[in-house]
Design a protein around this ligand. Structure first.
Ligand code: X2X
Length: 364
């Protein structure tokens, strides 16, 4: 009898345990969405689109499919309006975004830091300079500025240094910009910078800009070479590129705070580790063929070397004239945009600009 009782209680115990496990499982699974939406402004083949896809792939792999992120490129989730992205991410219409600070700067003034014209172009090593910012005190201040407005930052990526392309003559000095109609993104610092150079800036969303280039409604635009200009085949519209590195466009990987909090601590750690790897990949794609060879070696090591490894040769093969500015020529552009830096330093916050200058100086 005793044995029977023990056996019965044993069965009851096992049933309760199994029941508990079975009810716990679907509950935990239900807390996660079947799909998380990640927004990207330009197309899937841009460096930025590829970087986001790598993050999604890593997360899927490392969480054994528990977290399934789908990349929505070409501003699909934004109805084409790239400066709405931050608000949509914050209110939960979007779960994740791999975003340019430029597109979030209308809501967060600190994010204009990396758009201060020629600030990094005059640094001895422009890649060391941006790495010093993203990993330094100023980078932490940028992250804090975004997080205080309600979006969790998981890590950095890189769209790249933005270079000028035009359908009209080579640009070697500020006077060459005179009267050029240039498409710029909808962020006021860009209007100020191009006006200071004597150009005629026109604000257009990226979604419309590409058709604008086709129709020749503008004479020029500015975007990174590896990340945007080559995938877009900019040579179909513009034959001149000025490699002036006038601003850097880093990328930030953001998550909706509610979504972030819904993940288990273990999954949060996995997401952060994937973001770290994504940063290495994104920076390497952006710098390939433009640095000391480090980016190429990294991409080879992870088996992700793209077809085009020499961007300058590629541009020239497609009939483009590439102008590389000398330090003296860059200094002229730096001088011509002094008032923009002064004005925007006051708006961004002098402490933040100073922190960035100190980070860069320490990395020289
Ligand atoms: O609109 C642009 O130029 C782009 C794609 O680079 C950004 O979203 C900032």
């Amino acid at each position: 009898m005793k044995g029977f009782l023990r056996w019965t209680w044993g069965v009851v115990f096992v049933c309760l345990l199994a029941g508990g496990v079975l009810t716990a499982l679907p509950q935990q699974a239900a807390a996660y969405k079947a799909e998380y939406k990640l927004s990207v402004v330009p197309g899937a083949t841009s460096g930025w689109g590829l970087t986001a896809a790598r993050f999604a792939e890593l997360v899927h792999e490392r969480t054994n499919g528990r977290i399934n992120i789908k990349v929505y490129p070409s501003s699909q989730l934004l109805a084409g309006k790239q400066t709405s992205e931050f608000l949509m991410l914050r209110n939960g219409a979007i779960d994740f975004a791999l975003a340019s600070p430029i597109n979030w700067s209308p809501q967060i003034k600190e994010l204009n830091l990396t758009a201060l014209p020629f600030l990094m172009a005059v640094q001895p090593d422009r890649y060391k300079a941006i790495d010093a910012v993203t990993s330094g005190k100023s980078g932490a201040m940028l992250i804090a500025a975004v997080e205080s407005k309600g979006v969790k930052i998981l890590g950095w990526g890189e769209n790249g240094y933005r270079e000028m392309t035009t359908s009209k003559g080579p640009i070697t000095k500020p006077e060459d910009m005179q009267g050029l109609k240039v498409r710029v993104v909808g962020s006021p610092i860009f209007i100020d910078t191009f006006r200071a150079l004597g150009a005629n800036p026109v604000n257009m969303n990226w979604a419309e800009a590409t058709t604008g280039f086709q129709q020749g409604v503008v004479d020029g635009q500015e975007n990174p070479t590896n990340g945007i200009n080559i995938p877009l085949k900019i040579w179909d519209y513009h034959k001149f590129l000025c490699d002036w590195h006038y601003v850097i466009d880093p990328l930030m990987l953001g998550a909706n705070p509610g979504v972030w909090k819904s993940f288990s601590p273990e999954d949060q750690q996995i997401l952060l580790a994937c973001a770290k790897e994504m940063e290495l990949y994104g920076k390497a794609l952006s710098r390939l063929g433009m640095d000391d060879g480090q980016s190429k070696a990294y991409l080879e090591k992870i088996g992700k070397l793209p077809e085009i490894t020499d961007p300058y040769a590629c541009l020239e093969q497609h009939g483009m004239t590439v102008t590389r500015l000398t330090p003296e020529q860059t200094a002229q552009f730096f001088k011509a945009t002094q008032a923009v830096r002064d004005d925007w330093t006051a708006k961004i916050g002098p402490d933040l600009v100073k922190a960035a200058e100190q980070d860069m100086a320490a990395a020289k």
